[in-house]
Write a protein of this length. Structure first.
Length: 110
């Protein structure tokens, strides 16, 4: 979520890590500031900037598909279409393929 201020835009990213101790789940937040002038220089909206960041981090292998999609604020289908439109391949390696094949075999689909 980008929060508007007079001189900057701050991004707040929250995540809820799994609680392994059985206690209360605590969320953590990371906030960074983007000067208003920088946002204006990009000629992008807050949502467009967030989407570009998500695409870049996914393409660089820094975020998984799910986390990048979440950062972009898009549905699975919409994010997948955006990746295709930009020519960014979904990271699908041989190990994931073999796991999917085993699952399909177990389910009797192949």
């Amino acid at each position: 979520m980008l929060v508007r201020s007079d001189s900057f835009y701050a991004s707040r990213v929250s995540k809820n890590p799994p609680d392994l101790s059985g206690g209360e789940v605590k969320s953590s937040t990371v906030t960074f500031e983007i000067p208003k002038e920088v946002l204006h220089a990009t000629r992008m909206s807050e949502d467009e900037l967030r989407r570009e960041l998500a695409l870049h981090l996914f393409d660089e292998g820094k975020l998984s598909f799910g986390k990048a999609r979440e950062l972009a604020g898009m549905s699975v289908w919409d994010f997948q279409q955006l990746l295709g439109h930009r020519g960014i391949a979904v990271h699908y390696d041989v190990k994931a393929y073999e796991q999917d094949r085993q699952t399909l075999k177990r389910l009797g689909r192949i």
